[in-house]
Each structure stands twice: as structure tokens, then as C-alpha cells.
Design a protein around this ligand. Structure first.
Ligand code: FAD
Ligand code: SF4
Length: 553
């Protein structure tokens, strides 16, 4: 394995080995650059993953540990934040792409230009993106073919144009998918196969999915999930120019007197501070840790945090909106097998002014649980007994239950943000992440709308019993979008349309933080497409010497 000395000034330090970090590491190292990837979590391999529901439920085996890195939460900036596990993300090499569900939707053309189409929404930061679907299309295709996605291009009547089909056919349809098709036909709606970043067949020397069913929240033991871990880092390491340095928690991005980035300071496994020098830094620490690190990296030159002359760093956090409903059917569905979801309804994607609020999304039919223990603890209907023989009987409905899950928009609000908590510290003595979040009223209406649609669809699918929890305010999230939004104007955005910080010419911010709007709340396909596009541009800038440009005055 390649190793660089921290005193060696490498071409790039990539902070965070998750969805975007994997793309940056692979693309920059294969383009001929020296890359050090610093990841705070461990470097686990496929053989280390355990199909142990209790362990995954009860310990932070693959995700951030709130005992070590606490969050505080408040609904409004007027309140004092209290300790609460508000943010969830993958904390290991591969980041969130190790344990995620891997449903991988492209955004559509409308997602990038909704503000122009619908007009302003008062009190929000609703805006168009500085990139269009056409700009990103080649990079969606690149991600699909490079990493291995499965789907059926053209099967979705609402899909935006694509230049190439998926490299692999869609996953075999589950019972929930067949029932969704049946319901959609009755209701005059349309279904489409769910595209996944999972191999439906062997691809590029990797094994196809064996349908183990321990997928969401688990790492894939056979490497069929197209995570950064399985699909990208092996190619990056093979170049001999990429070192992945795990258990390395970056606490500061350093700058010189001119304001250019010179490297980073991180804690190693023994909590010893190490300085890694670099010609440029690519920050890929996700929509929550990226703004936190920029705010931690304040200096005389950047008193409000690095790359924050706009004051926008940390603002416009979006978690998306979710709603779900469950149903029990007459016959066993055995949804616990394979991936979570195979079919989705797309008819409610666009925001429709006739509904009287902003909001749109998709509904997929899925298993909806981590495993049987989670079903027994959280999946029973509200009237089911929670003890004794009645409880045991209710648990037996496990094989006959399925979920409908809606993934929908949330609006960008300046008041929903990530800041540094003034009182609480993490286990390294750094200020904890403070999350301020309150749904826009349209977000609540969106959830209510989708809850009702999900119940109707369950009826049409023939559920013999159905239920949905009450719609509540969002208090935590794992889809982390916004917080360093992209834009053409340095006064109102943090990065430009190629993910370069407006304020610092050799700093790039490439992850969910650069989102301007939330799409329909499946961010990772677009995170990866943006990363492929940014990497191509960064390589071009580096080769032409343009990374040495002076700091904007
Ligand atoms: C249960 C669950 C299911 C999900 N399912 C889906 C899905 O089906 N479809 C979808 O599109 N999305 C899904 N997501 C979201 C998906 O995981 C994220 O969108 C994606 O991983 C984000 O990529 P990223 O590159 O922005 O950040 P991440 O993948 O979070 O990577 C950031 C990395 O940076 C590291 N890091 C952070 N701070 C530091 C630091 N200071 N020093 C060093 N390293 C640091 C982190 O440990 C992490 O490894 C799901 C999320 C969860 C929690
Ligand atoms: S269901 Fe398939 S992709 Fe998911 S963890 Fe199991 S084998 Fe891997």
C-alpha cells in the first residue's frame, strides 16, 4: 500500500472517504496525481461486516458515535440546543455508501430549475442551481458505468433524457413491487423499476447481489453494493498514488498568509496531532461535518470560518421529507429478502400548484425494516399487543407486512443550519455540532399529502390491514443536503458550479453540502455525478497550473 510522509506536499488531500470522497480519490489518482485520503473512521473490508441486527441497531458499528461526537439540537435559533442524536452518517472508509439503501435516482431536469418554473417562495432560499441536468447527464452516466448501477433506462415515463442505458438490468421484482404495480394500474398511476447502486449481476470482477436481505444499515459482505469501498478505492489504491489513511480525524484546514490552503491538521488514532501538507484540499466530509470543519478552520483572515465570506456556510440544511405507511397482506410477501425496494410510483414527483403548497416526491414499495428484531420493536400496528402471546402472534405478521415509503422535498431555509455549539465539546475537545431545524409548513403538508397517498395505494394493493403514524416534525436526518450551497454569486453561495470555493482557489467542497435544493431526497446519485464533474475540472485546473491562482480579494 502506498504511504506518503505527512511532510511531503502531496497534490491533494481529500477529507472524508464517503460517497464523494471515493470518486475524488479514484478520479484524481488515476489522472496522475498524488492523493492522501483522510478518513476519521476505520478501514473495514467486506469480510469485517457482520449480519448481526442487534449489533448494528445498538452500537455505532458503521456510523457516527454520538457518545464521542455529540450533536445538540434546537428547532429555532432562539432556543438553547440540547443533546440529541440529530445527524446520522457512515463513519468508515466508504462513508454512508457502505450502509445505505443504495436506491440511486438521478435528479430530473426540473430539479435544477424549479425556482424559475414555480417562482419565489417567500421566506426561503428557494433558488435555481448554477448547473442543469444537461450539464450533469454525462457524469450521471459515468457514475453508473464506472461504479455499476442496475436499472432500466426508459422504463420510467417521467425520466429525463439519458445518453446510455444502465450497465446492468434492474433487480428482480419483489412481492411489494408486484403489489405496487397492481395498485398503480387500478389507480391510473405509473410505476418504474427502482435504480440501485447494487450489482444485479457480476460486473468488473465484482460479485452480484446474493439477496441476503441485510442491506439497509449493513455493509455488503460480497461487495455487491457499489459503495466507494467496493467500487472505487480498490482502483484508486491500484494506481500506487493514493493512500487511504483511516482513523484520521481532521480538525482544521490550514491556510497561509495569502489565504491559500496549505494542508490540514488531524488527530491520528492515538489522538496525536499531525500536519499533512498538500497543494490543494478537497473537502468531502458530508453536509454536516463539512460546514463544521470550515467553521472550525477560522483564522484572522477568515474570522467567520474558512470560505465563509458570504456567511452562508452551514445554512440551508435540508433533510428532505419522509412519510410512510404499512400494510399486512393475505399471503406471505417475504420482503426481508434482497434489497429494500424494487418498484416506485413517480406520478407525484413534481410540485403541483393545484395542491396549494410546494412539494413533490416519489413513493416506493419496500420491506421497510432492518430485520425481524426491528420489526418487532417498531413495525407492529398501533393496536398490536406489546407483550405476551398476542405480541408473539403480531410478530408473526413479519412475513406478510410491507411498507410504502415516500421521499419528498424540503425547502432550503436560512434558519435551518449547522453551527458550533458554544458549550458542548466532542471527545477530542472540539466544539460539538449544533443543529437547528424546523420544517417549513409546506414540508409538513408534503408529508401529510404523501401519507394519504400511501394509505390509498395500500388499499388499492389489497392490504387487509393498513396504518400510518402521525406526521411529525423532522428532528434528525441522514440525507444531508445544503450547508455550502453552490451558486454563481460569491455573496450568496460558498462554491461555484464546479464545487470550487469562491474564496479560496485551491479548496474544493464536494459532497451533499453543495446542493441548492433537495431534489426528491435521494441525494447520492447526484453527489457522485457532481463529484465526477468536479474531479474532471480540478484535474484540468491542476494540469494547467490554474490552482495556483491568487485568492479573490
Ligand atoms: C440508513 C441510510 C440509508 C440511506 N439510503 C440512501 C439511499 O437509498 N439513496 C441515497 O441517495 N442516499 C441514501 N442515504 C444517504 C447517503 O448515505 C448519503 O447521501 C451519502 O453517503 C453522502 O455522501 P457524501 O460524500 O456527501 O458524505 P458521506 O458518505 O457521509 O462521507 C463523508 C465521510 O467523511 C468522513 N468525515 C467527516 N468528517 C471528517 C473529518 N473531520 N475528518 C475525517 N473524516 C471525516 C465521514 O466519516 C464519512 O466517511 C442513506 C443514509 C442513511 C443513513
Ligand atoms: S441484499 Fe444484496 S447488495 Fe444488499 S447486502 Fe445483501 S448481497 Fe449485498
Amino acid at each position: 500500500m502506498t504511504k506518503f510522509k505527512p511532510t511531503t506536499q502531496v497534490d491533494f488531500v481529500v477529507i472524508g472517504a464517503g460517497g464523494a470522497g471515493g470518486v475524488m480519490a479514484k478520479e484524481l489518482s488515476t489522472a496522475g496525481f498524488q492523493v492522501v485520503v483522510l478518513e476519521q473512521g476505520p478501514y473495514l473490508r467486506e469480510k469485517d461486516f457482520q449480519l448481526d441486527e442487534l449489533r448494528i441497531r445498538n452500537t455505532p458499528a458503521l456510523v457516527n458515535d454520538h457518545a464521542l461526537q455529540p450533536n445538540t439540537f434546537r428547532k429555532t435559533e432562539q432556543e438553547k440546543a440540547v443533546l440529541a442524536p440529530a445527524i446520522s452518517y457512515g463513519r468508515c472508509v466508504g462513508g454512508g455508501t457502505v450502509h445505505y439503501t443504495a436506491t440511486h435516482w438521478r435528479f430530473r431536469e426540473i430539479d435544477f430549475v424549479e425556482r424559475t418554473r414555480l417562482g419565489p417562495i417567500s421566506g426561503t432560499g428557494f433558488a435555481d442551481w448554477p448547473v442543469t441536468y444537461a450539464d450533469l447527464e454525462p457524469y450521471y452516466t459515468k457514475a453508473e458505468w464506472d461504479m455499476g448501477y442496475s436499472g432500466l433506462g426508459g422504463a420510467n415515463p417521467f425520466e429525463s433524457p439519458r445518453s446510455k442505458p444502465y450497465p446492468l438490468p434492474p433487480m428482480p421484482m419483489k412481492s411489494s413491487g408486484i403489489l405496487l404495480d397492481h395498485a398503480a394500474q387500478k389507480l391510473g398511476l405509473h410505476t418504474a423499476p427502482v435504480p440501485v447502486a447494487i450489482l444485479s449481476q457480476p460486473y468488473k470482477g465484482r460479485q452480484g447481489c446474493v439477496h441476503c436481505g441485510f442491506c439497509e444499515w449493513f455493509g455488503c459482505k460480497v461487495g455487491a453494493k457499489s459503495s466507494s469501498l467496493s467500487a472505487l478505492f480498490p482502483a484508486a489504491e491500484k494506481t500506487g498514488r493514493c493512500e487511504i489513511r483511516a482513523n484520521s480525524y481532521v480538525r482544521e484546514i490550514s491556510t497561509d498568509k495569502s489565504g491559500r490552503v496549505t494542508g490540514v491538521v488531524y488527530f491520528d488514532e492515538q489522538k496525536k496531532e499531525v500536519v499533512q501538507k498538500a497543494k490543494a484540499v478537497v473537502l468531502c466530509a458530508n453536509g454536516s461535518e463539512t460546514p463544521r470543519l470550515l467553521l472550525l478552520s477560522k483564522s484572522n483572515l477568515f474570522p467567520n470560518g474558512l470560505a465563509n465570506s458570504s456567511g452562508v456556510v452551514g445554512k440551508y440544511l435540508m433533510w428532505g421529507s419522509n412519510a410512510s405507511a404499512h400494510g399486512i397482506f393475505e399471503h406471505p410477501l417475504n420482503e426481508f429478502k434482497s434489497v429494500q425496494a424494487t418498484r416506485s410510483i413517480e406520478d407525484f414527483y413534481e410540485s403541483d400548484p393545484k395542491r396549494g403548497f410546494y412539494g413533490g416526491g416519489r413513493i416506493d414499495a419496500r420491506y421497510g425494516f432492518m430485520g425481524p428484531i426491528s420489526f418487532a420493536l417498531t413495525g407492529l400496528p398501533p393496536d398490536a399487543p406489546r407483550w405476551g402471546s398476542g405480541f408473539k402472534q403480531a410478530c408473526q405478521e413479519f412475513t406478510r407486512t410491507m411498507a410504502l415509503q415516500a421521499f419528498a422535498t424540503s425547502l432550503p431555509l436560512e434558519t435551518n443550519n449547522i453551527t458550533l455549539d458554544p458549550d458542548v465539546k466532542d471527545a477530542w475537545g472540539l466544539p460539538a455540532m449544533r443543529v437547528t431545524y424546523k420544517d417549513h409548513p409546506d414540508g409538513i403538508k408534503t408529508k401529510e399529502f404523501f401519507r394519504e397517498r400511501a394509505l390509498e395505494i395500500l388499499d388499492a394493493a389489497g392490504a387487509i390491514k393498513k396504518w400510518a403514524g402521525p406526521v411529525g416534525e423532522t428532528r434528525s436526518g441522514g440525507h444531508l443536503m445544503g450547508t455550502c450551497r453552490m451558486g454563481n454569486d460569491p455573496k450568496t453561495s460558498v462554491v461555484d458550479k464546479f464545487n470550487r470555493a469562491h474564496d479560496v482557489p485551491n479548496l474544493f467542497i464536494v459532497d451533499g453540502s453543495s446542493f441548492v435544493t433537495s431534489g426528491r431526497n435521494h441525494p447520492t446519485c447526484t453527489i457522485e455525478a457532481l463529484a465526477y464533474r468536479a474531479a474532471e475540472n480540478i484535474a484540468r485546473l491542476a494540469k494547467s497550473g490554474s490552482l495556483k491562482a491568487p485568492v479573490r480579494s
